[in-house]
Design a protein around this ligand. Structure first.
Ligand SMILES: [Zn+2]
Length: 464
């Protein structure tokens, strides 16, 4: 073997099919060899990973950054610095921004606006709503990773951010699926039934309630279950590939299992907040724990793990949603006025490492849930696995480190709103993040540069 650029030696390599000791050789940003421990290829640079785990870089396909108009909440630089700190090397951004990505032009403008700012590789979804059905196919051509649609109505006052994002009614929902089925892209859905949300929010408001727990009561599990049932029936009818985002109920997941058995193409996300927290956490964190769907009961939280373990849930994602402290604090007076969402880029991997440490996840499951399944579902053929020919994206992990989540150390601009996992004890820490062979984070310090991230689009279907 000729001299390579980089060797990562002596680490324990983590993949969905195996965990083994070995060395990884990288040339021109790509993995060119995986050798056994005894053979260390000659290289320009060598990273000694003895005693550490080497996993493919985390792919985070569900986050919201705020470029170009709400940068005080988060922009592509602060957001992707947070990613680098958390072991994430690729993101796919959801289209809640001003303007939202809802046409080929808004997609191109967004790539243009952020590519000099991103530290890591990035892709986009395109919004698919009742108001831009005619623009869906041009977005697919232009390189989106999938479509995103909300079943709930847009929050009042945020209509600009939600152009092309709302299904509005069942007739439009069906048409969105018909068009999505003409492409090979997944159509992603926020699943809460709007009519049921109106009913339950109306009841809570009629009682005069504005307290944080009123949020929980205004969006019960049945809203997710009904929306899921409806969507899956329509997916079966239209042949669309669908993805259920941030699933929070076992009964919704049970429906997905049923339709999967019938051959419907379904991929499924959940988030650390639904797997690790429950509605009781809202009593302490108030509006900072407001999210859609809301936190659920302890019983539901416990049951969700069954669907992680049996492989129903394909990926664990953050739904990172940055806001200002002042925007969230309004919710102490009236919970309905605070925006939903919580930051999570810097804690996704650490929280899941902690679950590996306590035996609730295996390393193989971790690699599947945080990268391999994501790359497969979105056809990111260059990404998501430690294999010859793939991009040299890695996160190095030290499981001997025990530490506390400390908001003051975070890179996200919205760290002031980070309350839910602050102070948690974690076992296992990402100590290096590597993007295409270049170290971008070392011992918590981000050293990557804005502009080093590249736009990525799905690999063409008949790609050899
Ligand atoms: Zn989201």
């Amino acid at each position: 073997m000729s001299r390579v650029d980089l060797v990562i030696k002596g680490g324990t390599i983590v993949r969905s099919d195996a965990v083994f000791k070995g060395n990884i050789a990288v040339k021109d940003g790509v993995i060119v060899a995986i050798t056994d421990e005894a053979f260390v290829p000659a290289s320009e640079e060598c990273i000694d990973a003895t005693g550490q785990y080497v996993m493919t870089g985390v792919i985070e396909p569900h986050l919201h950054l705020r470029d170009p108009s709400k940068n005080e909440r988060e922009d592509f630089t602060s957001g992707t610095m947070a990613c680098a700190a958390g072991g994430i090397t690729t993101i796919v951004e959801h289209p809640v921004s001003t303007p939202s990505v809802h046409s080929a032009t808004t997609l191109r403008n967004r790539i243009e606006a952020v590519q000099h700012k991103s530290l890591i590789d990035f892709g986009f979804y395109g919004g698919a709503g009742y108001d831009n059905l005619d623009l869906m196919l041009e977005m697919a051509e232009a390189g989106i990773m999938g479509f995103k649609t909300f079943l709930p109505a847009s929050p009042p006052g945020r209509e600009q951010e939600f152009i092309g994002l709302n299904a509005k009614d069942d007739g439009f929902l069906y048409q969105i699926l018909e068009i999505a089925a003409k492409t090979d892209l997944p159509a992603l859905f926020h699943l809460e039934d709007n009519t049921l949300l109106q009913l339950f929010e109306g009841r809570v408001r009629a009682q005069g309630r504005k307290d944080p727990m009123a949020h929980i009561d205004s969006r019960p599990e049945i809203a997710e279950i009904v929306a899921t049932a409806k969507l899956l029936a329509m997916a079966q009818d239209t042949g669309a590939k669908v993805q259920l985002v941030h699933m929070s109920t076992d009964r919704g997941l049970e429906l997905a299992k049923f339709y999967r058995k019938q051959g419907v193409s379904i991929s499924i996300e959940s988030c650390p907040q639904y797997l690790l927290l429950s509605k009781e956490d809202m009593e302490a964190a108030g509006p900072f724990a407001k999210m859609n769907p809301p936190l659920r009961s302890k019983e539901t939280q416990r049951k969700l793990w069954n669907y992680v373990h049996d492989g129903t849930i394909d990926m664990i994602v953050t739904d990172h949603s940055p806001f200002l402290v002042s925007e969230k604090e309004i919710g102490y007076e009236d919970i309905f006025k605070a925006p939903p969402g919580h930051p999570g880029l810097e804690t996704l991997l650490p929280l899941m490492l902690n679950e590996v440490a306590n035996g609730r996840l295996t390393w193989q499951q971790l690699s599947s849930l945080l990268a391999e399944n994501v790359a497969r579902i979105y056809r990111m053929d260059q990404k998501g696995r430690i294999d010859i020919g793939k991009d040299a994206d890695f996160v190095l992990i030290d499981m001997k480190q025990e530490w506390k989540v400390d908001v003051s150390q975070m890179y996200t601009r919205s760290k002031g709103t980070f309350k839910l996992f602050d102070g948690w004890n974690i076992k296992g820490k990402p100590v290096k993040t590597i993007l295409r062979g270049k170290v971008i984070m070392e011992n918590g310090e981000v050293i990557g540069k804005p502009g080093e991230g590249r736009f990525i689009r799905p690999t063409p279907k008949n790609h050899a």
